[in-house]
Write a protein that binds this ligand. Sequence first.
Ligand SMILES: NC(=O)c1ccc[n+]([C@@H]2O[C@H](COP(=O)([O-])OP(=O)(O)OC[C@H]3O[C@@H](n4cnc5c(N)ncnc54)[C@H](OP(=O)(O)O)[C@@H]3O)[C@@H](O)[C@H]2O)c1
Length: 261
Amino acid sequence: MTRYAMVTGASSGIGLAMAEALARRGRNLILVARHREMLESIAIEFTQRFGVEVLFRACDLGEPLRLSGFLLELEEGSRSIDLLVNCAGIGNSGPFLAQEWAQEQDLLDLNVLALTRLCHTVGNLMAVQGGGQILNVASVMGFQPGPWMSTYAASKAYVLHFSEGLREELHKTGVKISVLCPGPTRTAFFRTAQLDAGKFTHDNHMTAEEVALYTVRALDKNRAVIIPGWRNRLLTRVPRFAGRWITRKLWGSILKSRTSV
Ligand SMILES: NC(=O)c1ccc[n+]([C@@H]2O[C@H](COP(=O)([O-])OP(=O)(O)OC[C@H]3O[C@@H](n4cnc5c(N)ncnc54)[C@H](OP(=O)(O)O)[C@@H]3O)[C@@H](O)[C@H]2O)c1
């Protein structure tokens, strides 16, 4: 039976780079994001360049009803998924009380609920087929509170802790869980999260391709927590060395000065 790696958020940024890194290794793909035309052209390109089978499914994973329909298709379909990369995610920034509630809801629906439901459905399918691998995309922001990006940072803390917990739980089912915690990466994320791109020097930031290359190698080794880049690994240690009070103040002043709202 043909096996597929399914990548959500595959139309741009880290998800696209992950899909390309996997296709380069000969993996058949199922690409998921909202923009059908982008997925279609990526599928055609990867099929031609890498000779792999690339399917795509346009779906707004943050819409509970559309997500349910998609999950039902996966359950009733005959495609075997042996790798799920849960990369689709959004950020937002600015004072929490001034945010439109709909924006906060969208973030939680996608970053938390969709990711968790995909793990539940695909995890069950994998357990039945005797195993598989799931990579959830969190962030270095998941290691500490992120004032002025409080909901986003908390959603990534959820993804980090949920993934580590699940890894232990599913150990005996053959379903391996890893969590990717990238630091600042050159993608559209900064624009969509309304962070002031002008206040970030992207020189130190990794590219999505660098993150993906590091990650596929770490997945081969079944690493639990994957943090690409030494600067980012250092960042995740700040709370341990500086304590929670200093960490809150530090991230508060960094993020407040960089929100464009
Ligand atoms: N860039 C960074 O600095 C950074 C750092 C740490 C963690 N991350 C995490 O990395 C992941 C990927 O972000 P990125 O940096 O690659 O940003 P990006 O380029 O904006 O990619 C986001 C992806 O998610 C998809 N997406 C957004 N809303 C969706 C929805 N409702 N349903 C389905 N797909 C949706 C987008 O495609 P469509 O618009 O076509 O739907 C796109 O493919 C996110 O989880 C983010 O939190 C990023």
